[in-house]
Design a protein around this ligand. Sequence first.
Ligand code: AMP
Ligand code: ZN
Length: 454
Amino acid sequence: MNSDKMQFYNTLTRQKESFSPLNKKEVLFYSCGPTVYNYPHIGNYRAYIFADTLKRVLLYGGYKVKHVMNITDIDDKTIRDAQKESKSLKEFTEFYTEEFYKDIESLNIIKPKKFTKATDYIDEMVDVIQKLIKNGLAYKSEDGSVYFNIKKFPNYGKLSHLVIENQKENASGRITKDEYGKDDVHDFALWKAWDEKDGDVFWETELGKGRPGWHIECSAMSMATLGEQIDIHTGGVDNIFPHHDNEIAQSEGATGVPFVKYWMHNEWVLVDQKKMAKSAKNFYTLRDLIDADIDPLAYRFWLLMANYRTRVNFVWEALEGAETALKRVYNLYNELGTNVGKVNEEYKKKFKAFINDDLDTPRALVVLWDVFKDENISNADKKATVLDFDKVLGLGFDNIKEEKIPEKIKLLILEREKARVDKDFQKSDELRKEINSLGYEVKDTAGGQKISKI
Ligand code: AMP
Ligand code: ZN
């Protein structure tokens, strides 16, 4: 494959397609972001690491990218949990939004050009809903809520490839909840008329007093910030139905033109072979990793070892293994010295061919290891090549954090230094063993002893 050509798997067509953006100058890219009602779990972060890797691949390939990610700060769950904590919706959601921003920084995720908070786009949502009513695709119910009439939209469900005909036949009735499964294919809520469960959360608009449904939020925010037609839209596979099918119905129903060219979705992170989910209570947060003394970038590294379209089963041992491997490449990098030479074009070609082939990060990582192992390349050129690859991998080679070495180990190192000066090699060896037994490895280099976790 030509290393400059990109191809991505498009959920809409169920095949890999060569990538060609609508507008040659800039890729228009929207990612479904977090619902800020709690700390995201690390399964959620797979969606954002995947979107970030995709963006990095596009940038690496020379594209300009306009990337927008939403923050869902109004939906069923944010209202429910803000009330539980007796907090205003704003105060409640702002807290988790800030925590999200901190997390993505520690995962080395490049900030999107724009984060859009749903509550800042209510007028735009009302506007889209009014267009849908005008186009005969939405109707008001008795209580003043507005629903999308799925039978009026040809090809409703085309993204999830539902055996929609049967389901549509049975799909009389309405669904008010934001989240539902394929067994609940119904007319869905675009605007939810206020009821007392919503408390003080409502907007007075031309549609009446109420609040938006979750699905209309992304349609309106994507169109308001990127235009009616975009290149790429991402999310996890559980977003395909109903969220993304509903987005297609809303956006295309309002504008009459195709909404998204490439739909891309990451697979799940599992625990004990079941989807990691808040509701299943089988989740871990980034804080759990940090408490276990694991670098968040080890999680990123672990995910890169699998293709984004395969399911991965989370176990602590695997993550610890990824951390050891990451520390090993960091150490190899640190040993390359300070000079930065030239990027090795042959390895770059191989690396690029893999990442451009639907983000084949596992094979791209093999190329990274090969660069480190190759004895025919100078250290300076290795360094330049690794830094270049890291534009895509985002493992932070340009900013490796000093490992926190426990005081006890530091003392043993000093003692060993002295033994070596005294040429007491037996003692030096014994001290090395002791250091090893405490989980650290010591290497004697020209610059002195180098210490790292085993
Ligand atoms: P939510 O905040 O629930 O809307 O989810 C945020 C993102 O995480 C969405 O793109 C989901 O599809 C994705 N997601 C949720 N659970 C998982 C999981 N276990 N593995 C991978 N992605 C997930
Ligand atoms: Zn969305």
